[in-house]
Ligand binder design. Sequence first.
Ligand SMILES: [Zn+2]
Length: 251
Amino acid sequence: MQDDALLRYSRHILLEEFGIDGQARVSAAHALVIGAGGLGSPVALYLAAAGVGRITLVDDDTVDLTNLQRQIAHTSARIGQPKVASAADAMLAINPTIEVEALRQRADAVALDRLVATADVVLDCSDNFATRQAVNAACVAHGKPLVAGAAIRFDGQLGVYDTRDESSPCYACVFPADAEFEETRCAVLGVFAPVVGTIGALQAHEALKLMAGMGASLMGQLLMFDGRRTCFDTMRTARDPQCQVCARRAR
Ligand SMILES: [Zn+2]
């Protein structure tokens, strides 16, 4: 590691459990981030600042005035620009030593199959159930760890699904694709700005641990944030032996 990298990441290197080996693993890693909105903004900024060597960001949307209350990677001057280009600008302004791949496209099944295959960790920062299911299916198919976040109104949740481990549920074990359920969108119901920051920061936290190979991941638990009372709760999650996505897959 060069002198300027040793300085840039010195506060990571000082951490006994992380150290220079952890930083080297993070610098060699490739993270795939689906969505460059409320969750994707803090995720992208923290992964860039922490020196993830290669970050692929996927989103087909453009920056809108209504995004700026919470999507902190974007600015008033970049309204109308593709979100992935705006976020890439912000990431490279913090850390020009990393590689950012900004893909302005929908995260459909074909694109995800190709993109997930080359990633070390996948962060789902999307805002709809269909994309979450497609991201999970690709992660199960390629055996890649998934860090999935969600936030609406004052509530947030976070899960790590790592099907490299025999005991880990996949996202669909916990949230079956055929479940009756009403889609809730920020555009309709609103979202308190720091809730997406809280969940997004924790997504980056779990992804960096996975890339560095340190600590225990949140696998097998769903972390829930109640922003009205400002408290966290965890719920145990288990594999569904009948799961339509992961049940028949050999691990
Ligand atoms: Zn499953």
